[in-house]
Write a protein that binds this ligand. Structure first.
Ligand code: USQ
Length: 389
């Protein structure tokens, strides 16, 4: 069994992973500054499911799952605090989710752009330096994003490097990246910084390129008190989860622009399975490993049709209304992603989008009244091109 620190343990993925790892018998130490809770309130929204305080969640986990999770309310931008926690617990692995994770939030204005870049880059640098001081053999499992690559007109390989030929001379370069928000760029810069830390100090790193995650359920979320947060507003919600809330509220589903934007999706449950596998099968000591963590590839238009079909089969009236795209992104494009590493380690997805949409809608219906009061934060307002509030 391993000792694992999760930075960002209060988030959508962080809390679900804390439960998964603890239930598998690993010792889990969670760290979070609870920033996401405040930043979601800042845009006038909240999680679809009311969230207990970290202490209440942890005692619910103790009671319902018989697991013990240690929690620190701390900011990983504070190097001394982060170092002290790592020094105290000396884990085998550290999962790094403690970053601002919304693309729209990063595009609101100069303050939000700076917050995103400073928070995200500083947290990763602090983690690198803490590990060098405590024990350079600690495995870093870092959440990157498929959005680092953008939507190129070539295959997205699962490799940190690619060989190129320029004017007849060949060399290896970092795999090309072309992000589409300050948030996504912050992850590109993090990846370069990790690659560099690996070269200088031989750190052992898994950099995960994950697509948008959807879903409300994991094997451990067996009670309302154990729910992980679920965002749906225009800033914090991601596309599948947003469409499901729109369907429940009788609002038209909102593909942006032409709706041909294609991404690689994964359910919350399968994301947990993948992360657990990557922790339990670390790369060799001193390796920088890049993993593409997606399951099914769909366009946002196709997903709208799927949510409409499932919603209607459940008795909801669901319309689709494409809205002006507030983002700067390709609306029709090639998309082909290599995914070899996770299957080679035994990853076998248990969920698919269609079945999971039904489960999400089923879980949201009892919260319809609560969701009604957030109707005004659903249509997109954050316009990439405006750059100010
Ligand atoms: N979109 C719509 N309608 C909506 C919401 C979004 O058409 O109502 C479109 C967007 O324009 C975009 C696509 O759906 O083309 C994905 O947007 P998203 O909001 O679901 O996800 P994104 O902003 O890309 O970010 C999310 C997570 C982020 C993670 C990323 C993975 O917030 O933390 O890194 O998904 S990826 O998309 O592969 O970069």
């Amino acid at each position: 069994m391993m000792k694992v620190i999760i930075l960002g343990a209060d988030g959508y993925l962080g809390w679900a992973l804390a439960l998964r790892l603890a239930k598998r018998g690993h010792e889990v130490i969670g760290v979070d500054n609870l920033y996401t809770r405040d930043a979601v309130r800042e845009v006038g929204s909240d999680s679809a499911f009311p969230l207990p305080d970290p202490e209440e969640r942890i005692s619910a986990a103790r009671k319902l799952l018989d697991v013990d999770i240690t929690f620190y309310r701390a900011d990983v931008k504070d190097f001394d605090k982060l170092h002290e926690i790592i020094q105290r617990h000396k884990p085998e692995a550290i999962v790094h989710f403690a970053e601002q994770r919304s693309a729209p939030y990063s595009m609101i204005d100069v303050n939000h752009a700076n917050y995103t870049l400073i928070n995200n880059l500083t947290s990763t640098i602090n983690l690198i330096y803490s590990i060098i001081k405590v024990d350079p053999s600690i495995h870093i499992l870092k959440m990157g994003t498929m959005g680092e690559y953008g939507t190129p007109n070539y295959d997205i390989l699962e490799s940190p490097f690619v060989e190129v030929e320029i004017n007849g001379k060949k060399d290896k370069i970092p795999f090309p990246k072309w992000a589409s928000s300050w948030y996504h760029w912050s992850k590109v810069y993090d990846s370069y910084n990790l690659m560099w830390a690996n070269k200088v100090w031989n750190l052992t790193i898994t950099d995960i390129m994950q697509g948008p995650v959807y879903g409300t359920r994991t094997e451990e979320i067996i009670d309302e008190k154990l729910r992980t947060r679920f965002d749906f507003d225009e800033v914090w919600g991601t596309v599948v989860n947003r469409y499901c809330v729109e369907a429940v509220l009788g609002l038209p589903l909102t593909p942006y622009g032409k709706g041909g934007q294609t991404r690689g999706f994964i359910s919350l449950e399968d994301s947990m399975q993948a992360l657990t596998i990557l922790l339990e099968h670390p790369p060799s000591q001193g390796e920088y490993r890049v993993v593409n963590q997606i399951h099914e590839v769909y366009s946002v238009g196709q997903i709208a049709n799927m949510v409409k079909e499932v919603g209607e089969s459940m008795g909801l009236t669901v319309k689709i209304q494409n809205v002006n795209n507030p983002r700067v992104e390709k609306e029709e494009h090639y998309y082909n992603v290599e995914t070899k590493i996770l299957p080679s380690l035994g990853f076998s997805p248990k969920k698919n989008l269609k079945n999971e949409i039904r489960n999400i809608i089923e879980d949201l219906i009892p919260y319809k009244n609560r969701l009604e009061s957030f109707k005004h934060v659903i249509l997109p307002k954050t316009d990439w091109r405006r750059g100010r509030t």
